[in-house]
Structure formats: structure tokens, C-alpha cells
Design a protein. Sequence first.
Length: 215
Amino acid sequence: MKTFVKFCGLRDSAAVKEVPAGGAAGFVVDVPASPRNLAPERAAELIGDVPTEAEAWAVVVDPAAELIHALFDEVGVDRIQVYGKIPAGLEFLEVHHLVPSMPIPPSMPGTDLPKVPAAEDYPRVHLDAAGQPLPGGSGIRPDWDACARIVDAHPGRKFVLAGGLTPQNVSDALASVRPWGVDVSSGIESAPGVKDVARMRAFVQAVEAFESGHA
């Protein structure tokens, strides 16, 4: 696939092994209120099941610099997706491997768009629904039109679209927003925090079908 696909909120080996080549496994770390939360030690164990052709991402909220250091140095993640504030005191390579999540409301009338983080600092940027108390898994969709305008205004940037994606609507999202990648959590679950392998495979198949129709 040309489209980057991230499966987020993974908690068991079977789900981790379903991550497609060129994509990413997302582990929610140190967010106790999330049904997808993992301790850093459990995330480190699951990273061993991530396919060699895929990346391991941690997903955090308002992290301390110490957590960022530990996730890179001890847990062994490739990137860290950050909801909220990025702490001071990070090294250049750490910053370069962070993925800030930009909050996009479900409805965003008007032409004013939020400022996109600088490309030289953050090569990848995450677009997700705004105002959620937990990272991902809300099933709420950001304003696709606003997301598309952000993508169009920054050609070449690696935007990852999240929020309310499912096997049934991901092709529409790809056609409407034209992101570099997509990120799904609740849309591939049978219950909060419980991934459904059949839905995971259906999501990948839907992305592949879209790409084959737009080759």
C-alpha cells in the first residue's frame, strides 16, 4: 500500500501482528483513563510482535520530558504521537520523531485554519477530532473539509488523518482529504479497547481497494 496505516490502541499480540507493512502499531501509554492504556513495560513487550516492516508508536497526553526519554530509550518506540503540550528539554532527534496531534473540530466553518507545526521540527502531523478527554478512540470525526484544506495548503507534508474512521468510510476519507496516512482505533474494535481482527483486515482491504481504483 502507498497509504500509511496506523492501528492505534493495541493491547494484545494478535492485533499487533495485523499491522500492515509500511504502517504502524500505536500503543496508548500512561493515560490511565483510556480503555486502551498500557504501562510502558507492557508496550515494550508488545513491540516485539510489531512486524519488521512497520513502526512502533507510543501515544501520550501532555507528557513530561522524562516519559519521552523513557519511551525512546527504554521502551524502544520509533515515534511518539503527542496530544496536548510538547515538553521542553528534548533533544533534536526526539523532537524530530514526535508527531503532534492537531485538534480539528467536527465542524469548522470559515476559512481560518489552525497553524501547522513547522516541517523542519515535525515531519509528520496527526489530524484528529478536537475536545476529546482521551487520546483517540472517540469515534468522532474531524471536519474533513477543514482537514482537506490543511492538506492542500501544505503540499508534501505527511498528514495522518484520524477520528471516526471505519472500514466502511475510509475510502471516502481518502478521496475527500487526500492524507498521506490514516489512523484507526475504535473503528476496528468489537468493544472499547478490544480489537477485531476481521475489522482490521477489512480496513486494510478498503484502503487497498481505494488505491487500486485510483492507480
